[in-house]
Write a protein that binds this ligand. Structure first.
Ligand SMILES: O=C(O)c1cccc(C(=O)CC[C@H]2O[C@@H](n3cnc4c(=O)[nH]cnc43)[C@H](O)[C@@H]2O)c1
Length: 255
C-alpha cells in the first residue's frame, strides 16, 4: 500500500508525475490496488483510451492499459505522452508494468523483475547465419536503458531482481526457443510483450522509463494452464506499493 504523505512525513512539493503502462486492465487494476483510492478519477484520451488516476497518495500517477504487444503499447503510450505535453503538464517517468514469463531458475513464479535493460529480442532479420538485430542492419535501437541509480534504488525497495527484460512479439513456446533467447541475451531474466514499445514512446518524448514485471509463468514449453496469474498480480500490487515511495522521492536531476 502506498503511504499518504501525512503518515510518513515526506515532502509533497513538485510531486513526480508518472505514467504506468500495463498491457491489460487486470494488470492496471493490480497496480491501482497499491493506492489508497485505486479509482480516484478517469479521463478519456483520443483513440478510446482511458487514463485511471488513483488518488490519496503522494505523486501523480496515471494508469493506462495500453494493449498487448509492442506496437499497440507504443501507440497508446505515445498518445498519453503527447496529450500530457499538449496540456503543458508532461510526465517525468513512464513505468511499463505487468506480468511476464521468467527464465528458470533465476526468475521464479511470483518473483519481481526490474529491467536494467529493455531489449527487443525479435526485431531484426533472420539470416542463414542466425539472427541479426536491427541495429546490425543500420537502423534504430534494440535496447533502452532505464536510469541505473533509479533501478538500484527501486530494486532495493521492492526486493526485485534486476536484469534484462526481453520484449517479444511471439510468446516463447518451446524449451529450444527459451535456450536460444538466453544464449543471445545471457542477462535476460524475463520476457514480456510491451516494454520495448513503451520505452520507444518514452524515448521519443525524452522521458525516462522503468519496467517492473511479476513472473506468472516460466519461459518455455507452452502450458497456459500453468500460468499463476493471480499470484503474479498480487506480487505486482505489493511491488508497486514499495516502488511508489521511491518514485516519489525521485527528481529528474538525480539521474
Ligand atoms: O487471463 C487473465 O486473467 C489475465 C490477467 C492478467 C494478464 C493476462 C495476460 O494474458 C497478460 C498478457 C501479458 O503478459 C505478458 N506475459 C506473461 N507471460 C509471458 C510470457 O511467457 N511471454 C511473453 N509475455 C508474457 C505479456 O506482456 C502479455 O502482454 C491475463
Amino acid at each position: 500500500m502506498v503511504v499518504p504523505p501525512e503518515e510518513d512525513g515526506q515532502l509533497t512539493t513538485s510531486a513526480v508525475r508518472v505514467l504506468v503502462a500495463t498491457a491489460v486492465p487486470a494488470e492496471r487494476d493490480a497496480v491501482a490496488q497499491a493506492f489508497p483510492d485505486p479509482y480516484g478519477e478517469t479521463r478519456t484520451l483520443p483513440g478510446g483510451l482511458t487514463l485511471h488516476h488513483p488518488t490519496g497518495a503522494p505523486g501523480r500517477y496515471d494508469l493506462l492499459a495500453v494493449g498487448v504487444g509492442p506496437a499497440l503499447a507504443a501507440a497508446s503510450t505515445a498518445t498519453a505522452l503527447t496529450a500530457a505535453s499538449l496540456t503543458g503538464d508532461p510526465y517525468d517517468l513512464v513505468v511499463s508494468a505487468g506480468i511476464a514469463g521468467g527464465f528458470a531458475p533465476d526468475a521464479p513464479v511470483a518473483s519481481l523483475i526490474l529491467a536494467d535493460h529493455i531489449t527487443a529480442a525479435d526485431l531484426g532479420a533472420e539470416t542463414a547465419d542466425g539472427f541479426l538485430p536491427v541495429t546490425d542492419l543500420g537502423f534504430g535501437t534494440v535496447t533502452h536503458t532505464p536510469p541505473p541509480d533509479l533501478v538500484r534504488r527501486a530494486a532495493t525497495a521492492t526486493g526485485a531482481r534486476t536484469g534484462t527484460v526481453l520484449t517479444v512479439s511471439t510468446v516463447t513456446g518451446t524449451a529450444r526457443r527459451a535456450d536460444d533467447l538466453r544464449a543471445a541475451h545471457p542477462g535476460a531474466l524475463a520476457e514480456a510483450m510491451e516494454g520495448f514499445g513503451v520505452a520507444e514512446a518514452a524515448g521519443a518524448h525524452g522521458v525516462p522509463v522503468l519496467e517492473l514485471r511479476a513472473v506468472s509463468n516460466a519461459v518455455g514449453p507452452r502450458d497456459r494452464s500453468a500460468w499463476r496469474i493471480k499470484d503474479a498480480l498480487e506480487s505486482l500490487t505489493a511491488g508497486f506499493g514499495k516502488l511508489a515511495p521511491v518514485l516519489e522521492s525521485w527528481r529528474r536531476h538525480d539521474f
